[in-house]
Design a binder for this molecule. Structure first.
Ligand SMILES: Nc1nc2c(ncn2[C@@H]2O[C@H](COP(=O)(O)OP(=O)(O)OP(=O)(O)O)[C@@H](O)[C@H]2O)c(=O)[nH]1
Ligand SMILES: [Mg+2]
Length: 205
């Protein structure tokens, strides 16, 4: 199986509304999760670039749908995080609407990478949005992020809890222990996304 070369990924464009997105060709993989769960950091780690996606200690850093092109026909979408309680109500609603619109209207999205801080997995909005993704019958990968914050045995406990709770997804998902800071799970992430690309692009040619 061919593993994609992620290192050449480049910034494509940002959008504030799904309906503004004019790109129709190819497929997208969306990185979603609570604000501060490590989405932008994971994209930088995946692509071996320090500042491709902007990351920050302050939640709410990503406020637009940002597209990155891995190879022609494959984009990664970095979405604003949900659930950032300190953002003003109207801004929070705007980000939420952006995400739901994207989930509902964007047929080019063929895979979701859900990022959850391993210490607080499957919070309310995670469960809600995973359900929507499941109904879309797209590929789902769960990254339990910042895993280096826990011991190996704690990591395994969290891993099993999440797997059990998501049993209803009928095995149509994968879970990875992941750390951008310690580069844990990167190889597996690269290979899973390459698989998705092969499945949707190569097989549909
Ligand atoms: N300990 C640890 N911290 C991490 C890791 N990955 C990201 N972080 C930190 O978590 C914070 C949030 O990271 P971001 O990548 O900006 O998170 P985000 O999900 O894109 O956040 P929003 O754009 O607000 O939705 C930053 O301070 C990162 O340095 C990790 O593997 N381990
Ligand atoms: Mg971000």
């Amino acid at each position: 199986m061919n593993i994609l070369d992620y290192n050449k990924t480049s910034f494509l464009k940002s959008y504030s509304k799904t309906t503004d997105i004019e790109i129709q060709d190819g497929i997208e993989i969306a990185f979603v999760g609570y604000s501060n769960s490590g989405k932008s950091s994971a994209i930088n780690t995946l692509t071996n670039q320090k500042k491709l996606a902007h990351f920050s200690k302050t939640p709410g850093r990503t406020q637009l749908i940002n597209f990155f092109e891995v190879v022609s026909g494959l984009r990664i979408a970095d979405l604003p995080g949900y659930g950032y309680a300190k953002a003003p109500f109207l801004i929070r609603k705007k980000w939420q609407k952006m995400l739901y619109d994207y989930l509902e209207k964007r047929n080019q999205v063929k895979g979701f990478v859900f990022l959850m801080d391993i210490r607080y997995p499957l919070k309310k909005l995670d469960q809600k949005i995973i359900n929507i993704a499941f109904d879309k019958k797209v590929s789902i990968l769960i990254l339990l992020t910042k895993c280096e914050k826990m011991t190996i045995s704690q990591q395994n406990i969290q891993f099993n809890i999440v797997r059990k709770k998501l049993n209803f997804l009928l095995d149509s998902f994968e879970i990875l222990l992941f750390s951008s800071h310690k580069k844990i799970g990167i190889k597996k992430l690269r290979s899973i996304l390459s698989n998705w690309y092969n499945k949707y692009i190569i097989l549909n040619k």
